[in-house]
Design a protein around this ligand. Structure first.
Ligand code: FAD
Ligand code: FES
Ligand code: MG
Length: 304
């Protein structure tokens, strides 16, 4: 039953009356909304947001995502579920504010609400006991990698985690990843933290050492990074999974916006992925599709 106290008015809802019953927020008409419990800046433009979404927290599995709308006028933005706390009924999102809609999402301070958090969506990661695995994350991809690496470690895999970024401030979640990784390696392009260079140099070293060579590799990050990892592991035939981030709209397999070419076949990343065998992914078409609306995005009036 919906209790109409205490009464909360959300500034971003432009005068809409918002109520909560202790668990969820509702618009006056009964529509559920999602309270931001915590919003911290982890790195330049990268926020960790803890959001009340009890049903998603209970149902989600590693590798799945949600589609978020900041308010009624906003775009639908896919974001990986970074973590969940079932007892608190919350999920954790790591949001890199790179455009109008992600900026609008991170503007929601603790105590404010997001209009929609739809999910969990996508296929969960197929977690197996491979023995020794390498988890490789670049930039915000490290946040997407986090639940995956945690689930692999929980199943008994020996996880080496390699994370990279432009410079020290862009290295995120190092302590959290170290808590369950048997080895954590850091690379930065300018050498301000860890090894100077790219994540692939660390992975190549690991692959070259028979005592440390991984049986499987999981890579999440910018398209050029995932492509470089895939080309590195291909000659040795090491199973390499990548998490793809094509443009998504509905997230349920209906619009076709997220189509990717995998082993010559069209797949919809929102329902067939977002994780795929990297050795079968056509990265050229993925990169083309990711940039095809860039001019329109620049001119977009949403959030301005
Ligand atoms: P814009 O300026 O509109 O676009 C910037 C770039 O983002 C575009 O060039 C395009 O490459 C990409 N993009 C734009 N619209 C979309 C869209 N609807 N769907 C996908 N990509 C888009 N980002 C995070 O910060 N944290 C995450 O955990 C995360 N998880 C993701 C999980 C999945 C399954 C996918 C597909 C994407 C994920 N992303 C994540 C990327 C995030 O969705 C985009 O950065 C965001 O949509 C950009 O929107 P914008 O309006 O702020 O930027
Ligand atoms: Fe529409 Fe995948 S987002 S089909
Ligand atoms: Mg946008």
């Amino acid at each position: 039953m919906l209790l109409l106290c205490p009464f909360v008015r959300s500034g971003r809802e432009g005068g809409w009356a918002v109520f909560h019953d202790g668990e969820n927020h509702f618009l006056a008409g009964g529509e559920a909304m999602f309270e931001v419990v915590q919003n911290d800046l982890l790195a330049p433009n990268l926020h960790r947001m803890v959001v009340k979404a009890p049903r998603v927290a209970t149902a989600r599995k590693a590798g799945q995502f949600v589609i978020v709308r900041a308010d009624r006028e906003a775009e639908r933005i896919p974001l990986t579920i970074g973590d969940a706390d079932v007892s608190e009924g919350t999920i954790t999102l790591f949001v890199q504010a790179i455009g109008a809609s992600t900026r609008k999402i991170v503007e929601a301070a603790a105590g404010e609400v997001l209009q929609d958090v739809a999910g969990p969506l996508g296929r969960p990661t197929e977690i197996e006991n491979w023995g020794r695995v390498a988890c490789v994350g670049g930039g915000v991809g490290t946040a997407v990698l986090f639940p995956l690496a945690k689930a692999l470690a929980e199943l008994g895999n020996e996880v080496t985690t390699i994370i990279g970024g432009r410079s020290e401030p862009y290295i995120i979640l190092a302590d959290e990843l170290a808590s369950f990784s048997s080895d954590l390696r850091i690379t930065t392009e300018d050498g301000s933290l860890g090894r100077k260079g790219f994540v692939t140099a660390e992975l190549a070293d690991q692959m070259g050492d028979p005592e440390r060579c991984p049986q499987a590799v999981f890579a999440v990050g910018p398209v050029p990074m995932m492509r470089a990892v895939v080309e590195l592991t291909r000659p040795q035939g090491i199973k390499t999974m990548v998490s793809l981030n094509p443009i998504m709209i509905d997230g349920t397999g209906m619009c076709g916006g997220c189509r990717v070419l995998v082993d010559g076949e069209v797949k919809f990343a929102c329902v067939d992925g977002p994780e795929f065998d990297g050795h079968q992914v056509d990265f050229v078409s993925l990169a083309d599709r990711l940039t095809m609306y860039r001019d329109v995005e620049e001119k977009c009036r949403i959030g301005r």
